[in-house]
Design a protein around this ligand. Structure first.
Ligand code: ADP
Length: 260
C-alpha cells in the first residue's frame, strides 16, 4: 500500500536520508526506531510530502505522491506530528474537525458525515468529554490525543505517526497503541510510527525498521531486529535483550550502569 523507494534527503549539503526503501502492507504496523538524529522525523516528513526528497519515490497504491495534489494526498495519508503547541484558541472539536478538510467542498462547510467522523474520533481517543475545551488548556498528553483524533477523523488508509506516545502516561500509551493496532486490523490501515520506546515497538509493531545515520540498518520482525548486538552497535551502549515473560517478544533492558 505504501512503498518508499531509494529515498535520499539532504539538509545543507548533509545527507540525512540515504537510500531508504520500505514497504508497508494494509493491516501492518511498521515501527521506526533509532537514536536521536537518525532521521526518523525527516523520513516521516519526506513520506508525507512536507519535505521534498532529493532522489527516490514514495508510492501510494502504486501512484507517486508527488503527482497528487495536497488534498488528494490528505485523503490517502494522515500524519500525527510530534507533540508541539497546537493553536490554543481552537476547541478540541474544531481542531479534530480540521481532519475533515480534504473532504469539504469549496465553501468549506461540514456535513453530517463529517460530524460523525469527528465524534467517532473523539470517542476512540477518549476525548468526548473535552470536546468544547480550548486546546491551549489541555495537558501535553491530552494534546497528543487531539493530534491522533484529528488524524483518525481524516479517515485515511495510511497513518504516519512521529513519536505519538512521548507525552503519554503508561495507561494512555497502552490505550493509544492498542487503538492503533485494532484499527490497523479492522480497517486494514498501513501504519508507520516512529517510536522512541523500543519495548513499545517490540510489543505493538509487526515489523521494526532500525535507522541509524539516515540509513536502514536492519528491518524485520521484532525478534530479528531487537537483538543486543544490533542495538548496542547502533545506540553505543550495552543493551540486554530478554524474552517478555508473557509474550516472549524481545524486552530491551539498558545495561550501561557503572557498578557502585
Ligand atoms: P530523529 O527524528 O531520528 O531524531 P531527525 O529526522 O529529526 O532525527 O534529524 C535527522 C538529522 O537531520 C539530524 O542530524 C538533524 O540535526 C538534522 N535536521 C533535522 N531538521 C533539520 C533542519 N530543519 N535543518 C537542518 N538539519 C536538520
Amino acid at each position: 500500500m505504501l512503498e518508499v523507494e531509494s529515498l535520499y534527503f539532504r539538509y545543507n549539503g548533509h545527507d540525512v536520508l540515504q537510500n531508504v526503501s520500505l514497504r508497508i502492507q494494509a493491516g501492518e504496523v511498521l515501527a521506526l526506531i533509532g537514536p536521536n538524529g537518525a532521521g526518523k522525523s525527516t523520513l516521516i516528513r519526506t513520506i508525507s510530502g512536507v519535505l521534498k526528497a532529493r532522489l527516490g519515490a514514495v508510492m501510494v497504491y502504486g501512484r507517486e505522491i508527488s503527482s497528487l495534489s495536497p488534498m488528494q494526498r490528505a485523503r490517502y495519508m494522515a500524519v500525527v506530528p510530534q507533540a508541539r503547541q497546537l493553536p490554543g484558541a481552537f476547541s478540541v472539536y474544531q481542531t479534530v474537525a480540521l481532519g475533515r478538510t480534504p473532504y469539504l467542498g469549496w465553501l468549506g462547510k461540514t456535513g453530517k458525515s463529517d460530524d460523525l467522523a469527528v465524534q467517532r474520533a473523539l470517542e476512540q481517543t477518549q476525548l468526548s468529554h473535552l470536546a468544547e475545551r480550548m486546546v491551549g488548556s489541555l495537558s501535553g498528553g491530552e494534546q497528543q490525543r487531539v493530534l491522533l483524533a484529528r488524524a483518525l477523523a481524516q479517515e485515511t488508509p495510511i497513518l504516519l505517526m512521529d513519536e505519538p506516545t512521548t507525552h503519554l502516561d503508561l495507561e494512555h500509551q497502552t490505550v493509544l497503541l492498542n487503538l492503533v493496532r485494532s484499527l490497523t486490523v479492522e480497517r486494514g490501515l498501513a501504519v508507520l510510527a516512529a517510536l522512541h520506546d523500543l519495548n513499545l515497538a517490540s510489543l505493538y509493531a509487526d515489523r521494526v525498521a532500525l535507522i541509524a545515520a539516515g540509513r536502514i540498518h536492519a528491518m524485520g520482525a521484532p525478534q530479528q531486529v531487537l537483538t543486543s548486538e544490533q542495538l548496542s552497535h547502533v545506540y553505543h551502549v550495552p543493551v540486554q535483550v530478554v524474552p517478555h515473560p508473557q509474550y516472549g517478544s524481545p524486552l530491551v533492558l539498558p545495561d550501561g550502569r557503572r557498578t557502585r
